[in-house]
Design a protein around this ligand. Structure first.
Ligand code: AMP
Ligand code: ZN
Length: 497
């Protein structure tokens, strides 16, 4: 597929509300930061949608040949129950309820989050930094904000002076909020006796004596404000200005608006060139959330053990269901839609099996080579159009029709057409959409192991008769398929590359 038009890529930039051509700062490198979970409870399917959205972006950027540094953090301190500057720390609260150390809570739910990401075949980021691991960077950033005149200390806490910042900078630009409306809509919050304006937000908070998660700082013992960690860690790993920042739509305000203000105040630059926001997973039109009681966990989903579920669904069915919707649209969960996705995925995967077995027709129709190339081009065009996965998937179903017709002898595909179809389908279905067969998902390598053992025997026989060219060929061919042989004293073993 070398003659394929791979670019340009267009992404909707939330900051400008326009589809813009994506031009990285330092090609072929791309810096991508996505707000990760607050690890105080099990993730629900809504969270999975957001991480799947950015997994699709990550996979597509890599498919286009970019070298992506993907940073997705773990929030393990500073996110308060009230989401702004009030209430207990979410993690500390959970630790109290479960009678565990805060760090036990963090470990438990980080492990759980990773298990869920694996289940849904969401790739690991390149760096997964934690807020508690970056206190020095956060304290340094608070100092820079104070030095630039946009932060002030009050009674051991440090606040960001929003009205002062807004005099010179576009506070509210990302979320489309106006400073006057914000002032009238802000209710009195905790810390009002310390804040100069109700719009100000904490970048460092004084810890009370009984507070468990606290660290020494120039302002006394305390902990960082929730918005600060993302600014400090994205700057550390991606630079003061980087390519793409993502997160769920609900994070636009105040979280991302505050991230922008912090970076501009501390370092004098807008931190992000392209802001991207994934839309929400809803149930009967309402955002799926823990607090709404409509957020089922992946485990409930697989077993069907939840009042909203008619039956259990596989993780790949859900992934497919999510990718059949454009990331910027809301997606409403329903059993009917899930069952349609289940059928669609089965049809797609069956065609993938058929395609593997397809042999070139003797009377091949050369026109089909062009048809396959057209399909490939349309898949790329759809994905380059702001990651339009539903349109790309519709093209894949065109390919399914072609594969099935070829299998029934209704169209005659030659070797080139079959080759290009395989390369297209494997790239789109497995690498880009990140779908996998249920056997692969279950990690079932029994059949594969039988096959590989057969090759290991052939290689040993070739070696025994000193035919090293043949034995090397077996090893190299397996390596090309991602299977690596290892010779040990006990014999030859294999593993996936
Ligand atoms: P949290 O752990 O609450 O900070 O959420 C982690 C991520 O999940 C954030 O990017 C949220 O925007 C996202 N998220 C939360 N609820 C939903 C939902 N119903 N649909 C899609 N994304 C969500
Ligand atoms: Zn964040």
């Amino acid at each position: 597929m070398s003659n394929l038009q791979k670019g340009p890529l267009y992404l909707t930039n939330t900051l400008t509300r326009k589809k813009e051509e994506f031009i990285p700062l330092r090609p072929p490198h791309v810096g991508l930061y996505v707000c990760g979970p607050t690890v105080y409870s099990d993730v629900h399917l809504g969270n999975v949608r957001t991480f799947t959205t950015f997994d699709l972006l990550y996979r597509w950027l890599m498919h286009l040949g970019y070298k992506v540094r993907y940073v997705r953090n773990i929030t393990d301190v500073g996110h308060l129950v009230g989401d702004v500057d009030e209430g207990e720390d979410k993690i500390a609260k959970r630790a109290r309820l479960e009678q565990l150390e805060p760090m036990e809570i963090v470990q438990k739910y980080t492990n759980g989050f990773h298990d869920v990401m694996r289940l849904f075949n969401v790739l690991s980021p390149s760096i997964e930094p934690t807020a508690t691991g970056h206190l020095i960077e956060q304290i340094e950033m608070v100092k820079r904000i104070i030095e630039s005149g946009y932060g002030y200390e009050a009674n051991g806490s440090v606040y960001f002076d929003v009205p002062k910042y807004a005099q010179k900078h576009a506070y509210g630009e990302l979320s489309g909020r106006k400073i006057d409306e914000l002032i009238t809509n802000t209710r009195d919050t905790e810390g009002m006796d310390e804040k100069r304006s109700p719009l100000d937000f904490a970048i460092w908070k004084r810890a009370e004596a009984q507070h468990l998660m606290k660290w020494p700082s120039p302002w006394g013992e305390g902990f960082p404000g929730w918005h600060l960690e993302c600014s400090a860690m994205s700057t550390k790993y991606l630079g003061q200005t980087f390519d793409i920042h993502g997160g769920g739509m609900d994070l636009k305000f105040p979280h991302h608006e505050c991230e922008i203000a912090q970076s501009v105040a501390a370092d004098g630059h807008a931190p992000v060139r392209y802001w991207m926001h994934g839309n929400m997973l809803t149930v009967n039109g309402r955002k799926m959330a823990k607090s709404e009681g409509n957020g089922f966990t992946p485990e409930e989903l697989l077993t069907g053990n939840h009042k909203l579920l008619e039956k259990g669904y596989s993780a790949m069915t859900v992934r497919f269901f999510m990718l059949q919707c454009h990331y910027a649209s809301t997606l409403d969960f329903s059993n009917a839609a899930m069952q349609a996705s289940e059928k669609g995925l089965e049809r797609l995967m069956a065609a993938m099996g058929t395609l593997e077995k397809l042999r070139p027709a003797t009377n091949a129709d050369p026109g089909q080579d062009e048809a396959v190339r057209g399909l490939a081009q349309r898949c790329h065009t759809a994905m380059n159009d702001d990651l339009n996965s539903p349109v790309m998937i519709a093209e894949l179903f065109e390919a399914v029709r072609l594969i099935n017709s070829a299998n029934d002898g209704k169209v005659a595909l030659g070797a080139t057409a079959i080759e290009e179809l395989r390369s297209l389908m494997n790239a789109m279905v497995f690498d880009v959409l990140g779908l996998r067969t249920e056997a692969a998902a279950a990690g079932d390598d029994t059949a594969l192991d039988g096959l590989v053992q057969e090759f290991i025997r052939m290689r040993a026989e070739a070696k025994a008769r000193k035919d090293f060219a043949a034995s090397d060929r077996v090893r190299d061919q397996l390596a090309a398929l991602g299977i690596v042989l290892k010779d040990t004293k006990e014999g030859t073993t294999w593993q996936r590359a």
